[in-house]
Design a protein around this ligand. Structure first.
Ligand code: NAD
Length: 496
């Protein structure tokens, strides 16, 4: 597989107070998932680096223009950054593909354009936010306004790094906060590029900062820092737990976007061709490293054999290979450690007695390439039906009726996304209202409208981001009570 050494890589440094800063800290290698050769080295940010970034962000918040600008003025800079991302989309897509192994057709076609859209969307939304009004006839006018909270710590995963980082940065800054981003250690490159783009767009120094490094050091220092008011985290459920524990001492406001094991339920009356397309794309896109992946297929027994056979043929034909080949559909997994975890899950599925219909092996040669894998005839109790694998692996389970499908769909600790395919719209609504899931798509693949709330139920998360919901998290609400007349005020201390 190609290492794509032709792509120019800027040195990876922290971006603090409007400038790249080299640090005395140790460095680690960033690996190309297609070869496992080092692309470049990354500073392993320390508590001192985090402190410098938080101080810069604090200073920009307390004394700089950012929180005092109008939402429209801030929006103009966010639009400029969105335009710069769109103008450099090709370079950013190449960096992301090099760093993550996500095929170029997906970084170029979806992930990077979505990052630009994040800035445009929240830039337009912030000035239009409305408060609430609670008039008490003749006596009071009560209303709410929003104001920024302070310094936000943004901690993000490696699976769709640029899209997920900008999903947080855009509303956070649009609301008037300042930010310190700690990107995932396995995917530092596009976050590193973002510092320069923010400077070029004209963001005041200290408004947006990046500290590269490991979760247990740089990430933990950000969570523990008393100068940080908010933590927006996307990552594994177990990490989310740890962050909640560590953030408790300084009473952090938290948003948690965590793991998933999302069901896709297919009934015989569905448009089965479209359902098949959505099932395959839903779990094998982004190399299966997708939080909302439809990784558990609940398939009605009446169509089980025929659908499973067509599905097997499609999975067998998925094109695995060089992520820079525009025809590649599945690239390498992010890192050898993650590939080992995915392999372990596959062995467990085989040991548990699920039928390995397709794939199951690593590909020979360098890189973390794994065959798209399909398990049939599984039960919902198996490890491969309960645990998030975060790789190109689909587990298929038969069901007999609606009640059984709902019971199995909900019988999991996660509740991020769910998908239902049926020709009976009443059933679609009925099932949607019975699923313990933050998001449900009926007769649809995962199409996201940026206005809608995004987030998970159960162990998939706490809180919602997206549209106005992002501003509920990134803003304080202030309620103002105005007396219109002379309401009664009890008088103390007037009796002699
Ligand atoms: P992870 O939890 O290992 O790491 C995420 C981030 O947290 C990284 O930046 C890491 O350095 C940091 N981190 C690790 N330990 C930390 C600590 N103690 N304190 C502070 N920060 C710490 O997750 P990952 O492996 O990078 O990503 C995959 C996971 O992310 C999957 O579970 C996936 O479902 C989830 N995810 C969820 C969503 C969502 O929106 N719900 C989206 C994408 C990914």
């Amino acid at each position: 597989m190609t290492a794509n050494t032709a792509i120019p890589i800027a040195p990876v440094e922290h971006f603090i107070n409007g400038q790249y800063r080299s640090s005395e800290c140790e460095r680690f290698d960033d690996l190309n998932p297609a070869t496992n050769e080092p692309i470049t080295s990354v500073p392993s940010g320390t508590a001192a680096d985090i402190d410098a970034a938080v101080r810069a962000a604090r200073d920009a918040f307390d004394h700089g223009p950012w929180p005092r600008m109008s939402a429209k003025e801030r929006g103009a800079l966010l639009h400029r950054l969105g335009d710069l991302i769109a103008a450099r989309a090709n370079d950013l897509a190449e960096l992301e593909t090099l760093d993550t192994g996500v095929p170029i057709s997906q970084t170029r076609g979806a992930l990077i354009p979505r990052a630009a859209e994040n800035f445009h969307f929240f830039a337009d939304l912030a000035p239009r936010l409305q408060g609430e009004l609670y008039p008490v006839e003749g006596e009071f006018l009560n209303y709410t306004t929003r104001y920024p909270v302070g310094v936000a710590g943004l901690i993000t995963p490696w699976n769709a790094p640029f899209m997920l980082e900008t999903w947080k940065i855009a509303p956070c800054l649009a609301a008037g906060n300042t930010a310190v981003l700690k990107p995932a250690e396995w995917s530092p490159l596009t976050a590193n590029a973002l510092g320069a783009l923010a400077a070029e767009a004209g963001f005041p120094p200290g408004v947006f900062n990046v500290v590269q490094g490991l979760g247990e050091t740089a990430g933990a220092a950000l969570v523990a820092h008393p100068g940080v008011q908010l933590i927006s985290f996307t990552g594994e459920t177990s990490t989310g737990r740890e962050i909640m524990r560590n953030g408790a001492t300084t009473l952090k406001r938290l948003s948690m976007e965590l793991g998933g094991k999302s069901p896709v339920i297919v009934f015989p009356d569905a448009d089965l061709d479209r359902a098949l397309d959505a099932v395959v794309f839903g779990v094998y896109s982004l190399n299966g490293e997708r939080c909302t992946a439809s990784s558990r297929l609940l398939l009605h027994r009446d169509i089980y054999d025929s659908f499973a056979q067509e599905l097997s043929e499609r999975v067998r034909r998925i094109r695995v290979g060089d992520p820079f080949d525009p025809r590649t559909e599945v690239g390498p997994l992010i890192h050898p450690e993650h590939a080992a975890r995915v392999r372990q899950a596959l062995s467990r599925g085989i040991a548990e007695g699920a039928k390995l219909a397709v794939g199951g092996e690593m590909l020979a040669g360098p890189g973390n390439f794994i065959e798209p894998t399909l398990f049939l005839d599984a039960t919902n109790q198996m490890h491969i039906a309960q645990q998030e694998i975060f790789g190109p692996v689909l587990t298929v389970i038969p069901f007999s009726d609606e009640a059984e499908a709902i019971r199995m769909a909900n019988d999991v600790r996660y509740g991020l996304a769910a998908y239902v395919w049926t020709g009976n719209i009443a059933r679609g609504h009925r099932i949607a209202s019975s699923l313990e899931s933050g998001m449900v798509w009926v007769n649809s693949q995962n199409v996201r409208d940026l206005r809608t709330p995004f987030g998970g139920a159960k162990e998939s998360g706490i809180g919602r981001e997206g549209g106005e919901h992002s501003f509920h998290f990134y803003c304080e609400t202030r309620t103002v009570h105005i007396a219109l007349g002379e309401h009664r005020i009890p008088r103390f201390g007037v009796e002699t």
